[in-house]
Design a protein around this ligand. Sequence first.
Ligand code: ASP
Length: 441
Amino acid sequence: MISFFRRLIRGYIKSNLLLRILMGLLLGAVAGLLCGPDIQWIKPLGDLFIRLLKMIVMPVIIFTLVVGAAGIHTSKLGRVGVKALLFYVLTSAFAVALGLLFGNMFSPGEGMALTAMHSAGDNSINLTKPDLIDTLLNIVPSNPFAAIAEGNVLATIFVSLFTGVALAHIRECENVQTREAAQALYQFFEGGSQLVYVIVHWVLQFAPIGVFALIAVVFGNQGAAAFGPLIGVTLTVYCAFVAHLVLVYGGILTWRRISFRQFLIKARAAMVTSFVTRSSGGTLPVSMEVAEKEMGVSRGIFSFTLPLGATLNMDGTAIYQGVCAVFIGLAIGLPLSFEQQLTVIVTAVLASIGTAGVPGAGAIMLLMVLDSVGLKVEQGSTVAAAYAMIFGIDALLDMGRTSLNVTGDLTVTCVVAQSEGELQTEVWNNRLPTTPAAQKI
Ligand code: ASP
């Protein structure tokens, strides 16, 4: 009996990880549809997976970002930063515009003549509007240890970057004693980053079970009804996601002579993980593994661009906010004017930047976008009713937008790395032996 279980576990670990994750996804959907809300008991397994991912996010960011920033020449860091930020902001702006375009083309919500039937209060939505200035100010923590302990990703990135750059500086110091101390500190962080990668590899072994549970609960709760009256908005959002993926990411990669097809094959583990976890931040360990082991991006680049992208670059969220703004306008019989849509472009880019890489964050930030064009989500209003409808299927929309968010981060990382001569073609072409983890993905 014991040897049977041992063989079972060994077989499980040896089989292809991606295949296992996909199986978990499909079987989870079927189980959810068959069992309905009764499948709720399985939720703790999904929560456990999310907790495991979250557990390693902060250590991964701190160790890899400090090592990455400390290992890269200060002048290069500035260049990489500017390039990455430029790509991130431009693609986000394009994403909102695309969302608006698709929203206008497909017109989801048109003719709904919504009344205030679903009051926001009934759906227990948190209507507190996030303050953008505060979000931006919070990037600089007044207490770095508190920021890390609270899981404030953006602030942790800031502190880690600061530490890494300072470390790079003292590693080149003329004083021998200081230089040696800096070297010892660098080795500590280097050791830490190796350690967290091993933990990531172990955590990923649980992914298929976690995925099964997460999907089963979504389908169990929402069932086929999830595709009911909101099928229009879901289709519009997903069509825009695909268009952005092909036109923008495909276009940028092809322009840089990087095979888009190869890129998708290599990025698949991160795309699937983000789809099911609905968290860019949670997927970070997987994205980093993919960037390094599958794509051959040097650590000095991805340790900076990926955590930054996971918090700032949210193209999927920007598209979703564009479509939803149009949907809500149409649903309440007040279509957005051209000027209002221009405002949406600006606020949705800012909102997507301020959106945390956690499940559902984009839906909260949508409140800020709606507010900017006078669509106030107040209890009992028609805007609140339309918002509540979208909120009801947020899990479905969040899956696609998070996956696109992560794919965008990897695209920019590849392009920036290539432009810096930091994309190892031997690894990209699979000519170098990769780790067991990468082989299995
Ligand atoms: N869940 C998304 C992410 O983690 C953010 C959002 O809700 O739009 O990227």
